[in-house]
Design a protein around this ligand. Structure first.
Ligand SMILES: Cc1cc2nc3c(=O)[nH]c(=O)nc-3n(C[C@H](O)[C@H](O)[C@H](O)COP(=O)(O)O)c2cc1C
Length: 82
């Protein structure tokens, strides 16, 4: 069997998008789409850009909420772009 190595720029195809909410320093909510969230047992792994406001908020408050889209919202969430 012949194998071909493909050198992709990004070896990542994402997972279903969650909306991650956190609290800004001024008390307002921050909502960002996120595709790198997955669970191992009862632990959640987040692949989050270090310089995002969300990351800063989580470092400051130690908390966030992962919002899973309802069936009615899935189509809208799937159309979110960065
Ligand atoms: C569909 C989609 C998925 C995304 N997934 C991630 C992700 O997994 N990790 C991440 O760091 N940013 C992800 N982003 C980018 C963040 O949502 C984007 O950087 C956002 O502006 C961060 O907002 P903040 O600076 O208010 O936290 C994604 C964007 C889109 C549209």
């Amino acid at each position: 069997m012949k194998t071909t190595t493909i050198d992709l720029k990004v070896k990542y195809f994402g997972t279903p998008v969650v909306l991650i909410s956190s609290l800004n320093p001024d008390g307002t909510p921050n909502l960002a789409p996120m595709s790198s969230a997955w669970w191992l047992g009862d632990c959640c792994m987040l692949g989050l850009g270090n310089s995002s406001q969300t990351a800063e908020n989580i470092r400051r408050t130690g908390e966030c909420v992962l919002n899973l889209a309802s069936a009615e919202l899935v189509d809208v969430v799937d159309r979110l772009e960065g």
